[in-house]
Design a protein around this ligand. Structure first.
Ligand SMILES: C[S@@+](CC[C@H](N)C(=O)[O-])C[C@H]1O[C@@H](n2cnc3c(N)ncnc32)[C@H](O)[C@@H]1O
Length: 350
Protein backbone atom coordinates (compact mmCIF):
# COMPACT_ATOMS: atom_id res chain seq x y z
CA UNK A 1 0.00 0.00 0.00
CA UNK A 2 1.27 3.44 -0.92
CA UNK A 3 1.93 5.58 2.16
CA UNK A 4 1.60 9.36 2.20
CA UNK A 5 4.45 10.45 4.35
CA UNK A 6 4.65 13.50 6.63
CA UNK A 7 7.95 12.43 8.15
CA UNK A 8 10.71 15.06 8.02
CA UNK A 9 13.10 14.56 5.11
CA UNK A 10 16.54 15.91 4.40
CA UNK A 11 14.94 18.22 1.80
CA UNK A 12 12.59 19.82 4.34
CA UNK A 13 13.50 23.46 5.02
CA UNK A 14 14.64 24.49 8.49
CA UNK A 15 11.79 25.97 10.59
CA UNK A 16 13.97 27.21 13.43
CA UNK A 17 14.05 30.90 12.38
CA UNK A 18 10.26 30.90 11.92
CA UNK A 19 9.82 29.30 15.35
CA UNK A 20 12.24 31.69 17.00
CA UNK A 21 10.62 34.85 15.62
CA UNK A 22 7.02 33.57 15.67
CA UNK A 23 7.22 32.80 19.36
CA UNK A 24 9.75 35.51 20.01
CA UNK A 25 7.31 37.19 22.40
CA UNK A 26 8.03 34.40 24.90
CA UNK A 27 11.69 35.36 25.01
CA UNK A 28 10.90 39.05 24.73
CA UNK A 29 8.54 39.05 27.72
CA UNK A 30 10.99 36.93 29.73
CA UNK A 31 13.66 39.63 29.29
CA UNK A 32 11.25 42.57 29.70
CA UNK A 33 9.92 41.11 32.97
CA UNK A 34 13.49 40.74 34.27
CA UNK A 35 14.12 44.44 33.57
CA UNK A 36 10.78 45.46 35.06
CA UNK A 37 11.40 43.42 38.24
CA UNK A 38 14.94 44.91 38.39
CA UNK A 39 16.66 41.51 38.46
CA UNK A 40 19.82 42.85 36.80
CA UNK A 41 19.99 45.70 39.32
CA UNK A 42 19.56 43.24 42.22
CA UNK A 43 22.51 41.25 40.82
CA UNK A 44 24.76 44.36 40.68
CA UNK A 45 28.16 42.99 41.76
CA UNK A 46 26.62 40.08 43.73
CA UNK A 47 25.84 36.63 42.28
CA UNK A 48 22.83 35.18 44.15
CA UNK A 49 21.21 31.74 44.53
CA UNK A 50 17.71 31.21 43.12
CA UNK A 51 16.15 31.07 46.55
CA UNK A 52 17.51 34.45 47.58
CA UNK A 53 16.35 36.01 44.27
CA UNK A 54 12.93 34.45 44.73
CA UNK A 55 12.61 35.95 48.24
CA UNK A 56 13.90 39.38 47.24
CA UNK A 57 11.58 39.69 44.23
CA UNK A 58 8.60 37.94 45.85
CA UNK A 59 8.30 35.21 43.18
CA UNK A 60 6.91 31.67 43.08
CA UNK A 61 9.45 28.82 43.53
CA UNK A 62 9.22 26.74 40.33
CA UNK A 63 8.27 29.78 38.23
CA UNK A 64 11.33 31.66 39.47
CA UNK A 65 13.65 28.73 38.75
CA UNK A 66 12.36 28.28 35.19
CA UNK A 67 12.56 32.05 34.59
CA UNK A 68 16.18 32.24 35.81
CA UNK A 69 17.25 29.21 33.79
CA UNK A 70 15.44 30.53 30.70
CA UNK A 71 17.33 33.82 31.13
CA UNK A 72 20.58 31.84 31.52
CA UNK A 73 19.77 29.80 28.40
CA UNK A 74 18.98 32.99 26.47
CA UNK A 75 22.43 34.35 27.42
CA UNK A 76 21.28 37.09 29.82
CA UNK A 77 22.59 35.50 33.07
CA UNK A 78 25.68 33.50 34.01
CA UNK A 79 25.00 30.48 36.23
CA UNK A 80 27.73 29.13 38.49
CA UNK A 81 27.11 25.57 39.74
CA UNK A 82 24.05 23.33 39.39
CA UNK A 83 20.89 22.62 41.36
CA UNK A 84 19.77 24.54 44.46
CA UNK A 85 23.32 25.74 45.19
CA UNK A 86 23.65 27.41 41.76
CA UNK A 87 24.25 31.15 41.79
CA UNK A 88 23.11 33.55 39.09
CA UNK A 89 25.10 36.58 37.95
CA UNK A 90 24.87 39.32 35.33
CA UNK A 91 26.73 38.91 32.06
CA UNK A 92 29.03 41.84 31.14
CA UNK A 93 26.24 43.12 28.84
CA UNK A 94 23.31 42.88 31.26
CA UNK A 95 25.48 44.27 34.09
CA UNK A 96 26.31 47.31 31.95
CA UNK A 97 23.09 47.99 30.03
CA UNK A 98 20.33 46.73 32.33
CA UNK A 99 21.61 47.74 35.76
CA UNK A 100 19.56 50.73 36.87
CA UNK A 101 22.38 51.98 39.10
CA UNK A 102 24.33 53.06 35.99
CA UNK A 103 22.18 55.89 34.59
CA UNK A 104 24.29 56.74 31.54
CA UNK A 105 24.60 53.16 30.30
CA UNK A 106 21.17 51.85 31.41
CA UNK A 107 19.02 51.18 28.33
CA UNK A 108 16.39 49.35 30.39
CA UNK A 109 14.11 52.40 30.65
CA UNK A 110 13.06 51.78 27.05
CA UNK A 111 12.35 48.15 27.96
CA UNK A 112 10.30 49.23 30.99
CA UNK A 113 8.17 51.33 28.65
CA UNK A 114 8.00 48.50 26.10
CA UNK A 115 6.83 46.19 28.89
CA UNK A 116 4.18 48.54 30.28
CA UNK A 117 2.87 50.14 27.07
CA UNK A 118 4.11 48.97 23.69
CA UNK A 119 3.94 45.22 24.37
CA UNK A 120 0.17 45.52 24.71
CA UNK A 121 -0.30 48.01 21.86
CA UNK A 122 1.56 45.74 19.42
CA UNK A 123 -1.16 43.11 20.01
CA UNK A 124 -3.28 45.32 17.71
CA UNK A 125 -0.78 45.49 14.87
CA UNK A 126 -3.28 43.99 12.38
CA UNK A 127 -5.72 46.84 13.10
CA UNK A 128 -2.90 49.34 12.55
CA UNK A 129 -1.96 47.61 9.29
CA UNK A 130 -5.57 47.77 8.03
CA UNK A 131 -6.34 51.32 9.11
CA UNK A 132 -2.93 53.05 9.18
CA UNK A 133 -4.04 54.46 12.57
CA UNK A 134 -2.18 54.54 15.91
CA UNK A 135 -2.92 51.81 18.47
CA UNK A 136 -1.68 53.55 21.64
CA UNK A 137 -3.34 55.97 24.11
CA UNK A 138 -4.47 58.25 21.24
CA UNK A 139 -6.36 55.43 19.52
CA UNK A 140 -9.79 56.63 20.64
CA UNK A 141 -9.08 60.06 22.09
CA UNK A 142 -7.96 61.85 18.93
CA UNK A 143 -5.36 63.63 21.09
CA UNK A 144 -1.87 64.44 19.92
CA UNK A 145 0.46 61.55 20.83
CA UNK A 146 2.91 63.30 23.18
CA UNK A 147 0.23 65.25 25.10
CA UNK A 148 -1.66 61.97 25.63
CA UNK A 149 1.42 60.18 26.99
CA UNK A 150 2.36 63.17 29.16
CA UNK A 151 -1.05 63.31 30.91
CA UNK A 152 0.26 60.96 33.58
CA UNK A 153 3.41 62.04 35.52
CA UNK A 154 4.59 58.38 35.73
CA UNK A 155 4.26 57.89 31.97
CA UNK A 156 5.98 61.23 31.32
CA UNK A 157 8.99 60.18 33.40
CA UNK A 158 9.04 56.67 31.95
CA UNK A 159 8.85 57.99 28.36
CA UNK A 160 11.57 60.59 28.96
CA UNK A 161 13.89 58.01 30.57
CA UNK A 162 13.09 55.56 27.75
CA UNK A 163 14.20 58.11 25.14
CA UNK A 164 17.52 58.57 26.94
CA UNK A 165 17.90 54.79 27.26
CA UNK A 166 17.50 54.02 23.59
CA UNK A 167 19.61 56.96 22.33
CA UNK A 168 22.40 57.35 24.89
CA UNK A 169 24.88 55.13 22.99
CA UNK A 170 24.36 57.14 19.80
CA UNK A 171 24.52 60.45 21.66
CA UNK A 172 27.90 59.47 23.12
CA UNK A 173 29.09 58.30 19.68
CA UNK A 174 27.98 61.65 18.17
CA UNK A 175 29.74 63.64 20.93
CA UNK A 176 32.94 61.66 20.24
CA UNK A 177 32.87 61.52 16.41
CA UNK A 178 31.54 64.88 15.23
CA UNK A 179 33.87 67.89 14.95
CA UNK A 180 32.27 70.63 17.09
CA UNK A 181 35.19 73.07 16.78
CA UNK A 182 33.37 75.61 14.59
CA UNK A 183 30.13 75.61 16.63
CA UNK A 184 29.20 77.76 19.61
CA UNK A 185 25.50 77.07 20.27
CA UNK A 186 23.75 73.75 19.77
CA UNK A 187 19.95 73.61 19.73
CA UNK A 188 18.50 70.16 20.46
CA UNK A 189 14.97 70.19 19.04
CA UNK A 190 12.74 67.85 21.06
CA UNK A 191 15.56 67.48 23.59
CA UNK A 192 13.44 65.44 26.05
CA UNK A 193 15.45 64.85 29.28
CA UNK A 194 18.41 66.88 27.87
CA UNK A 195 20.64 63.79 27.57
CA UNK A 196 22.12 64.83 24.21
CA UNK A 197 22.88 68.37 25.37
CA UNK A 198 24.45 66.98 28.55
CA UNK A 199 26.85 64.53 26.88
CA UNK A 200 27.82 67.05 24.18
CA UNK A 201 28.64 69.96 26.53
CA UNK A 202 30.45 67.58 28.92
CA UNK A 203 32.73 66.52 26.05
CA UNK A 204 33.11 70.02 24.48
CA UNK A 205 33.66 72.75 27.10
CA UNK A 206 33.47 75.62 24.55
CA UNK A 207 29.83 74.81 23.68
CA UNK A 208 26.52 76.01 25.04
CA UNK A 209 23.30 74.09 24.38
CA UNK A 210 19.57 74.75 24.35
CA UNK A 211 17.36 71.73 24.99
CA UNK A 212 14.01 72.69 23.50
CA UNK A 213 10.85 70.67 24.16
CA UNK A 214 7.22 70.86 25.31
CA UNK A 215 6.61 72.56 28.70
CA UNK A 216 5.62 69.26 30.36
CA UNK A 217 9.22 67.98 29.97
CA UNK A 218 11.02 71.05 31.39
CA UNK A 219 11.06 70.03 35.09
CA UNK A 220 12.62 66.61 34.37
CA UNK A 221 15.17 68.07 31.94
CA UNK A 222 16.02 70.73 34.56
CA UNK A 223 16.57 68.03 37.22
CA UNK A 224 18.91 66.16 34.89
CA UNK A 225 21.13 69.11 33.96
CA UNK A 226 21.44 69.96 37.67
CA UNK A 227 22.32 66.35 38.53
CA UNK A 228 25.04 66.17 35.85
CA UNK A 229 26.50 69.59 36.70
CA UNK A 230 25.83 71.23 33.31
CA UNK A 231 22.98 73.60 34.24
CA UNK A 232 25.11 76.69 33.57
CA UNK A 233 25.72 75.62 29.95
CA UNK A 234 22.46 73.83 29.04
CA UNK A 235 19.40 76.06 28.88
CA UNK A 236 16.05 74.28 29.10
CA UNK A 237 13.62 76.11 26.82
CA UNK A 238 9.94 75.23 26.51
CA UNK A 239 7.81 75.69 23.42
CA UNK A 240 5.87 74.07 20.60
CA UNK A 241 8.12 73.54 17.60
CA UNK A 242 5.21 73.62 15.17
CA UNK A 243 3.74 76.85 16.55
CA UNK A 244 6.93 78.90 17.05
CA UNK A 245 10.16 79.62 15.16
CA UNK A 246 13.12 77.59 16.45
CA UNK A 247 15.60 79.42 18.73
CA UNK A 248 18.71 80.47 16.77
CA UNK A 249 21.80 78.23 16.85
CA UNK A 250 24.70 77.30 14.56
CA UNK A 251 24.20 73.56 15.12
CA UNK A 252 20.71 72.07 15.34
CA UNK A 253 20.17 68.46 16.36
CA UNK A 254 17.06 66.31 16.00
CA UNK A 255 17.16 62.89 17.67
CA UNK A 256 14.26 60.61 16.77
CA UNK A 257 12.08 63.62 15.91
CA UNK A 258 11.33 63.37 12.19
CA UNK A 259 10.10 59.76 12.44
CA UNK A 260 7.25 60.79 14.77
CA UNK A 261 5.49 62.84 12.06
CA UNK A 262 3.99 62.54 8.57
CA UNK A 263 5.86 63.80 5.52
CA UNK A 264 4.34 67.27 5.52
CA UNK A 265 5.34 67.85 9.14
CA UNK A 266 8.81 66.39 8.51
CA UNK A 267 9.26 69.02 5.77
CA UNK A 268 7.95 71.78 8.07
CA UNK A 269 10.56 70.87 10.72
CA UNK A 270 13.36 70.76 8.14
CA UNK A 271 12.31 74.20 6.80
CA UNK A 272 12.24 75.64 10.32
CA UNK A 273 15.72 74.29 11.03
CA UNK A 274 16.97 75.84 7.78
CA UNK A 275 15.47 79.21 8.77
CA UNK A 276 17.04 79.13 12.27
CA UNK A 277 20.58 78.34 11.03
CA UNK A 278 23.15 80.85 9.75
CA UNK A 279 24.82 80.17 6.37
CA UNK A 280 27.23 77.26 6.91
CA UNK A 281 25.21 76.03 9.94
CA UNK A 282 24.49 72.32 10.27
CA UNK A 283 21.44 70.21 11.03
CA UNK A 284 22.42 66.85 12.56
CA UNK A 285 19.71 64.18 12.43
CA UNK A 286 20.25 61.21 14.76
CA UNK A 287 17.77 58.52 13.87
CA UNK A 288 17.16 54.95 12.72
CA UNK A 289 17.55 55.64 9.01
CA UNK A 290 16.54 52.78 6.69
CA UNK A 291 19.07 51.60 4.06
CA UNK A 292 18.09 52.51 0.50
CA UNK A 293 17.36 48.86 -0.39
CA UNK A 294 14.92 48.77 2.55
CA UNK A 295 16.32 45.37 3.54
CA UNK A 296 19.31 45.46 5.87
CA UNK A 297 18.36 47.73 8.78
CA UNK A 298 15.69 45.45 10.25
CA UNK A 299 15.49 47.43 13.49
CA UNK A 300 14.76 50.66 11.58
CA UNK A 301 12.02 48.90 9.57
CA UNK A 302 10.49 47.55 12.79
CA UNK A 303 10.75 51.03 14.37
CA UNK A 304 8.70 52.35 11.47
CA UNK A 305 5.97 49.84 12.41
CA UNK A 306 6.36 51.04 15.99
CA UNK A 307 5.71 54.58 14.77
CA UNK A 308 2.54 53.30 13.08
CA UNK A 309 1.42 52.03 16.51
CA UNK A 310 2.64 55.07 18.48
CA UNK A 311 2.01 58.14 16.28
CA UNK A 312 -0.45 59.72 13.88
CA UNK A 313 1.24 59.28 10.50
CA UNK A 314 4.88 58.88 11.64
CA UNK A 315 7.31 56.61 9.78
CA UNK A 316 11.03 55.96 9.40
CA UNK A 317 12.63 56.78 6.06
CA UNK A 318 15.63 55.95 3.87
CA UNK A 319 18.81 57.91 3.22
CA UNK A 320 17.47 58.79 -0.25
CA UNK A 321 14.18 60.03 1.24
CA UNK A 322 16.07 62.38 3.59
CA UNK A 323 18.43 63.57 0.82
CA UNK A 324 15.37 64.41 -1.29
CA UNK A 325 13.69 66.34 1.54
CA UNK A 326 17.00 68.15 2.27
CA UNK A 327 17.15 69.33 -1.36
CA UNK A 328 13.48 70.43 -1.22
CA UNK A 329 14.09 72.56 1.87
CA UNK A 330 17.32 74.22 0.68
CA UNK A 331 20.02 72.11 2.41
CA UNK A 332 23.09 70.74 0.63
CA UNK A 333 23.11 66.95 0.07
CA UNK A 334 23.01 64.96 3.29
CA UNK A 335 26.11 63.07 4.47
CA UNK A 336 25.52 59.87 6.45
CA UNK A 337 27.61 57.96 8.98
CA UNK A 338 26.81 55.15 11.43
CA UNK A 339 26.53 55.86 15.16
CA UNK A 340 25.76 53.14 17.75
CA UNK A 341 24.12 49.94 16.44
CA UNK A 342 21.43 50.60 13.82
CA UNK A 343 21.29 54.39 14.37
CA UNK A 344 22.78 56.85 11.86
CA UNK A 345 23.88 60.46 11.81
CA UNK A 346 22.80 62.58 8.85
CA UNK A 347 24.49 65.97 8.40
CA UNK A 348 22.64 68.61 6.38
CA UNK A 349 24.52 71.85 5.75
CA UNK A 350 22.89 75.22 5.00
C1 LIG B 1 10.64 60.56 20.21
S1 LIG B 1 11.06 61.80 21.34
C2 LIG B 1 12.79 62.00 21.05
C3 LIG B 1 13.53 62.57 22.20
C4 LIG B 1 15.04 62.77 22.01
N1 LIG B 1 15.35 63.80 21.04
C5 LIG B 1 15.76 61.48 21.62
O1 LIG B 1 16.44 61.43 20.61
O2 LIG B 1 15.63 60.52 22.39
C6 LIG B 1 10.35 63.25 20.63
C7 LIG B 1 10.47 64.49 21.49
O3 LIG B 1 9.87 65.59 20.79
C8 LIG B 1 9.12 66.34 21.72
N2 LIG B 1 8.03 67.04 21.00
C9 LIG B 1 6.99 66.47 20.36
N3 LIG B 1 6.19 67.41 19.83
C10 LIG B 1 6.74 68.61 20.16
C11 LIG B 1 6.38 69.95 19.88
N4 LIG B 1 5.29 70.24 19.17
N5 LIG B 1 7.18 70.94 20.33
C12 LIG B 1 8.31 70.64 21.07
N6 LIG B 1 8.70 69.38 21.36
C13 LIG B 1 7.92 68.37 20.91
C14 LIG B 1 8.57 65.30 22.68
O4 LIG B 1 8.16 65.87 23.89
C15 LIG B 1 9.75 64.35 22.81
O5 LIG B 1 10.60 64.72 23.85
Amino acid sequence: MKQSSVAPSAAQPDASHIMQVGLGFWASKTLLSAVKLELFTLLDGQPLPADKIRQQLGLHGQACLDWLDALHSLGFLHREGEGPAARYANTPETGFYLNKKLPFSYIGAFFEMANDREYRFWANLETGLRTGKPQNEIQDSGMESFSAIYQSPERLRQFTDAMTGIQIGSFKAFAAAYNFTDHRVMLDVGGSGAALSTVVVQAHPHLRAISYDLPQVAALAGENVQRYGVASRVQIQSGDFFAEPFPKADLITMGNILHSFDQEKKLTLLRKAYEALPAGGVLAVIELIIDNERRHNTFALLMSLNMLIESDGGFNYTQDDLSGWAAQTGFAAAEFMPLAGPTSLALLRK
